[in-house]
Design a protein around this ligand. Structure first.
Ligand code: CAA
Length: 375
């Protein structure tokens, strides 16, 4: 029996802010953002969109290809943008997806690594209960303070995946290697809206963690570097992926960063958006190919693992939906960008990514509603 990713999709905002405009307002050469950092656009989120509404949009899409949703008996929500220290964001999603009550729901956190932790937990669960399916979600909205060096790397998105036996997309291999190190490279105290970071230290630790985990992965698996056909790297900004590829002396990563270069950093979701980008955009048939996955969460935990792409994987892709979603986004002005960043009330109505929007916050309770055209 193989276990792995049966279905995979992402959802992001209907709005973007162009890094050309940001460069203009910040008096920075656009070439720094475009070639120096590797980013062109960032997804930005109106106040009625949050990690829950994005997660529902991504999950609803994959559930259209699940025959029996009652086989989902666990939902793991990975995020570092949580708005509640107690209640799991996953419970709102469970409600709007109409999942059965005897479904275990909880959130996990470890910066951008958390969705990989969720995958490994889900994989072990399915190996114990092969008839079960696990819905895993990574959803993050990334904000750095204005005029900081991190500002051009902001973004956000949600990825949803079903982990099951006999997966139609990618089976997970048993080999993986993990590296944990206590380091202050990126953090967000609970009283802060914007993440704090030491950019240079984080980039250095990312690369050191990659070197350590990849060497250990090869050692444990007995594989050679050439046995890994494609690589997906955690993508806080696309230049980081190019540096990772340079470190391992590989060169075929362009297809993996097409989506991230116009979405921005989506933390827990970002590595899996790279995988979706590869699957959607690589013209070669990937059947049977081994994909190496490098997950990095500041703080820090890193993991290198791999999977093999299933036969007929193209039958379960959502390529057109992803491409339409990105090409139909509307550009916002600098004034709107500032209002969105601060979650200020806005005068006009903004569209949502999917089925549910955040209507209001009353008595500190978040009230979500199904969009009228979805009822
Ligand atoms: N034209 C072309 N290139 C230019 C340029 C110009 N006019 N001006 C500068 N550049 C180049 C620089 O040469 C540099 O290239 P190299 O990296 O190849 O040397 C690049 O643009 C960046 O410029 P700086 O070195 O001046 O860097 P910066 O101070 O602007 O910061 C950053 C860049 C470190 C990535 C910053 O965006 C940052 O701190 N981001 C947040 C932290 C982060 O994402 N860390 C990544 C690892 S941590 C992680 O992965 C977890 C996570 O998701 C956050």
């Amino acid at each position: 029996m193989t276990i792995g990713i049966d279905l995979l999709s992402f959802s992001t905002s209907r709005y973007f802010f162009s890094l050309k405009s940001l460069a203009n307002y910040r008096n920075v050469e656009y070439a720094k953002y475009y070639s120096g950092i590797g980013q062109m656009k960032m997804s930005v989120f109106p106040p009625n969109e949050d990690i829950v509404t994005l997660a529902i949009a991504a999950s609803k899409r994959i559930l259209t290809k699940v025959d029996d949703i009652s086989s989902i008996d666990m939902l793991i929500f990975a995020t570092e943008s949580s708005f509640d220290l107690s209640k799991s964001a996953g419970i709102y999603v469970h409600h709007f997806l109409d999942l059965k009550p005897d479904c275990r729901v909880f959130d996990v956190k470890q910066a951008c690594y958390s969705l990989t932790a969720a995958i490994q937990l889900a994989k072990n669960y399915v190996s114990a209960y092969p008839e079960s399916k696990v819905l895993i979600i990574g959803s993050d909205i990334v904000k750095y303070s204005e005029e900081s060096s991190g500002e051009p790397t902001q973004g956000g998105a949600a990825v949803a995946a079903i982990i099951s036996k006999n997966p139609r997309l990618m089976s997970l291999e048993p080999y993986s290697s993990v590296y944990t190190r206590d380091i202050m490279d990126f953090w967000r105290p609970i009283y802060k809206n914007d993440a704090l970071f030491d950019g240079k230290l984080s980039a250095q630790n990312y690369l050191e963690s990659l070197k350590i985990t990849f060497e250990k992965y090869l050692q444990k698996s007995g594989l050679k570097k050439e046995d890994v056909n494609y690589f997906c790297f955690h993508c806080p900004f696309c230049k980081m992926v190019k540096k990772a590829a340079r470190l391992l002396s590989i060169n075929n990563v362009d297809d993996t960063i097409i989506y991230n270069s116009i979405i921005g950093n989506s933390c827990s979701a970002s590595l899996y958006i790279s995988l979706i980008s590869l699957l959607d955009n690589c013209p070669s048939d990937l059947t049977g190919k081994r994909v190496g996955m490098f997950s990095y969460g500041s703080g820090s935990v890193a993991e290198f693992f791999s999977g093999r792409i299933a036969e007929n994987y193209r039958n379960v892709l959502f390529t057109e939906k992803h491409q339409n979603q990105l090409s139909s986004r509307s550009e916002i002005s600098f004034k709107e960008y500032e209002a969105f960043r601060m979650d200020l009330p806005v005068n006009c109505c903004y569209e949502n990514a999917g089925h549910v929007f955040l209507k209001t916050i009353e008595d500190d309770k978040r009230i979500y509603e199904i969009l009228k055209n979805q009822l």
